[in-house]
Ligand binder design. Sequence first.
Ligand SMILES: [Fe+2]
Length: 193
Amino acid sequence: MRITVLTPWEEHLFWIGILEDHAQFVLDHLGGEETTRAQQAEQFRTAFKALRRRLFSLDRTLPVNDPGLVQFAQEARSVAYAYYLFEGELQKNRIENTVTIQLTPAYFNGTLGENEEYLRILHSYGQGRDYQKLSLYRLLDMWLEDQLGHAVLLSDHLDPTELGYIDRSRRFIEAFQALALQETSQNRRNLNY
Ligand SMILES: [Fe+2]
């Protein structure tokens, strides 16, 4: 089997697109009275869009230690980290019921987990070196939690008349939960807990 490894440029494109979507989701789910937070989310969305535009001005085959790409990673890191703090605060406020937002604390676990992974990558890219790949278990952990959050979000937004889709989305939720549990017990066995 041939494994294709993403170039640093492609990694940036992948993660910046994800974070831009996250800022959009926050915007879409904030209550009408949350004008300040909506403005902040909008600023982040614009900042990610600007980063993406700037990325397209760089050569997509640049090596990880290219000074232009290193500088880009440092810029992306400051925006991604500021957004991480913003979402973390939203999650805290949501738990304390001090924000009106139709996103759950569990949903934020998934988005914050993705952001953490990009920040980890950026830590290495910002020093001009490649990052240590996650183990398969940690990779599954992150993406299963993320997929579960997406499935819950979808199910929450379906019209009650959409019985077929509600049923299908519930089955996805159960499948992701079962896989996450399986993965946790497998991981525990491997770590000899
Ligand atoms: Fe996601």
